[in-house]
Ligand binder design. Structure first.
Ligand SMILES: NC(=O)c1ccc[n+]([C@@H]2O[C@H](COP(=O)([O-])OP(=O)(O)OC[C@H]3O[C@@H](n4cnc5c(N)ncnc54)[C@H](O)[C@@H]3O)[C@@H](O)[C@H]2O)c1
Length: 267
């Protein structure tokens, strides 16, 4: 399918597991893509195989000036912007364990996570929307998480940032819909990226009990959803949050325990 022929996309965090799969898919669908990441090396590694259809840009989602420069780079290089996939998130392994509970979280960790994950998405919208309007419209897809829909025992800042992304997306959809800008959020559950598999050993076994599908989701599954939401095939979908998590939040929390108990009784 070449549903994105002639379209220009910006993917933030494009050097990472999901972002690089999305960039790849956009180019396979006929689009051009700016792969923007904090780490220039990973942005370049993702852009290299895509040739002239991709441009690697270094940027920092915590820095408003650098976000504006990223959007300007897309417009200067490819002539405009039609698709924005806000996907970057704070990924510093030294800081993740500090994102705990309201009582224990250091306030500077809260601020840093909210700045990168939520304010960074707002700023992407702020600078991209005028260019989209100039082109007659566009599609913005913001990556939230199931952690923004349901609570968890840790990561209060991450969860709050993702919940904020879901609401931000509805506001953008409401305020710019008549200018032909659609905005949706997606909420992945666990998606097996190399980074995740390396940092959380044993994760697969635990999550397997809680998803409804036989297989785990991969970055390519996310990329397929992003390509659909970026394309005109989804022209009547805006302001929605779409969970993509193997049904991870579609059942009651005791499902896994109940299933294990029934299997034990039958054996
Ligand atoms: N993998 C999952 O299971 C999962 C589940 C739910 C939501 N998500 C969300 O999906 C998105 C992509 O996650 P991923 O699994 O591919 O992670 P990843 O760590 O592989 O990729 C994230 C990318 O963001 C970049 N980044 C980090 N801080 C940045 C900054 N300040 N400025 C610019 N770029 C920065 C990183 O360098 C990295 O390339 C994130 O928003 C994440 O919260 C992932």
């Amino acid at each position: 399918m070449r549903r994105l022929e002639g379209k220009v996309a910006v993917v933030t965090g494009g050097g990472g597991g999901i972002g690089s799969a999305v960039a790849n898919r956009i180019v396979r669908e006929g689009g051009k893509v700016v792969i923007a990441d904090l780490f220039e090396d990973s942005a370049r590694a993702a852009a290299g195989p895509l040739g002239e259809a991709a441009l690697a840009v270094q940027f920092d989602a915590s820095d408003p000036v650098s976000i504006e420069a990223m959007v300007t780079a897309a417009v200067d290089h490819f002539g405009g912007i039609d698709i924005l996939h806000n996907n970057a998130a704070m990924t510093d392994p030294a800081k993740h364990p500090l994102d705990t509970t309201p009582v224990d979280i250091p306030i500077e960790i809260w601020d840093e996570i909210i700045d990168i994950n939520l304010r960074g998405y707002l700023l992407g919208c702020k600078y991209a929307i005028p260019h989209m309007i100039a082109r007659g419209g566009g599609s913005i897809i913001n990556t939230a998480s199931n952690s923004g829909i349901a609570g968890d025992l840790a990561r209060v800042a991450y969860g709050a940032s993702k919940g904020g992304i879901i609401t931000l997306s509805k506001y953008v959809a409401t305020q710019y819909g008549k200018q032909n800008i659609r905005c949706n959020s997606i909420s992945p559950g666990v998606v097996l990226t190399p980074a995740l598999e390396a940092t959380v050993p044993g994760l697969k076994e635990v999550i397997q009990r809680h998803i409804l599908t036989p297989e785990f989701g991969t970055p390519d599954d996310i990329a397929a959803l992003i390509a659909f939401l970026a394309s005109d095939e989804s022209r009547y979908i805006t302001g929605e949050n779409i969970s993509i998590s193997g049904g991870g939040l579609s059942h009651q929390p005791h499902y896994a325990d109940l299933l294990a108990m029934m299997e034990q009784q039958l054996s």
